[in-house]
Design a protein around this ligand. Sequence first.
Ligand SMILES: NC(=O)c1ccc[n+]([C@@H]2O[C@H](COP(=O)([O-])OP(=O)(O)OC[C@H]3O[C@@H](n4cnc5c(N)ncnc54)[C@H](O)[C@@H]3O)[C@@H](O)[C@H]2O)c1
Length: 353
Amino acid sequence: MLKSTYLNKKVLVTGHTGFKGSWLCVWLQLMGAKVKGYALEAENPSLYKLIAKDLEIESYIGDIRNRELFKQEILNFEPDFIFHLAAQPLVIASYEQPVETFETNVMGTAHLLNAVRFLEKPCTVVCITTDKVYENNEWIYPYRETDHLGGHDPYSSSKAACEIVIQSYRRSFFNPEHYNNHKKGIASARAGNVIGGGDFAENRIVPDLIKALENNQPLQVRNPQAVRPWQHVLEPLSGYLLLGQKLYNNPTEFAQAYNFGPWPQDTMPVESLVKLLIQSWGSGDYHTPENKNKLHEAGLLELDISKAVNQLNWQPKLNISETVNMITTWAKNYTNQNPFDLCREQVEGYVNI
Ligand SMILES: NC(=O)c1ccc[n+]([C@@H]2O[C@H](COP(=O)([O-])OP(=O)(O)OC[C@H]3O[C@@H](n4cnc5c(N)ncnc54)[C@H](O)[C@@H]3O)[C@@H](O)[C@H]2O)c1
């Protein structure tokens, strides 16, 4: 169903060298899209470096803070679709580099949307923000798209600010009421805590645990009781692609913000996820040391996905056990099997559920 939309379309993926961007490029390639990526050099190790030789995409290494360069690359490519994933996406890094986080996340998004103003063709833009855009009141209620934006740490608040930038550009320059004048559809996607094979980022629970399991070391779990909406990376990507498709077919109706998260029963504490991963791996151990100097991180975060379920007809396909098994399968096999083939198998398996 998605393939009919993306086959032979020009798709710009910002952040293609990152974890989610790499998976998205694999999926788009399998659907026959013509993909260009714009991002910083890939980290080492990274999924991108593992699969780069099999990725048939045009990769441009550039900074989204460089307004003119970014604009030129967007205008030269003339994309039909843009998925904007490039960001500084880590909470702890945002405490260490708050200004850089705001520059990349907020101004990077403004640079992108401003460049789209000069694109002389229809374009569908899906901007990726996060579940952390909501003012977190530690409520037991899941957050809806109409709840207040906010954010304590610089990462969360920078992404909330992105949502305000997106709303402003949509109202001022890409207003759905005047679609025929500009021919641009702009939506934003707020996903939960994304996990999957090929994530090597530091200070994220799954990469940290996989590293500890590979080295037969016990893991130090920072916030065992923090509750998060965990989801396999292919779940939000299916949401982004579906939102892109709906927006392409009906650019006025779907130019909005959508949450993409798991079913409520798969929102669980960090410690429960760690236990499931250790069980799926077959061995391993963890500690929960007391840390009096820890940085503030939200304790309870749940997403309400009714809007995506009802308006887009999207729903999560995997339960948490299936997600965990896909991660351990990936982590146990990527050194002895072609990592691109592993990703392809998991995408094809997911599509066929
Ligand atoms: N991983 C998650 O749990 C999660 C959850 C919700 C939302 N998100 C969002 O999804 C997107 C992708 O996250 P990820 O986990 O793949 O992160 P990642 O760190 O793996 O990838 C980030 C990408 O952004 C690029 N980038 C960073 N700064 C840049 C700059 N100044 N100029 C150009 N490119 C730059 C990097 O090169 C990389 O390609 C981000 O917008 C993130 O906020 C992630």
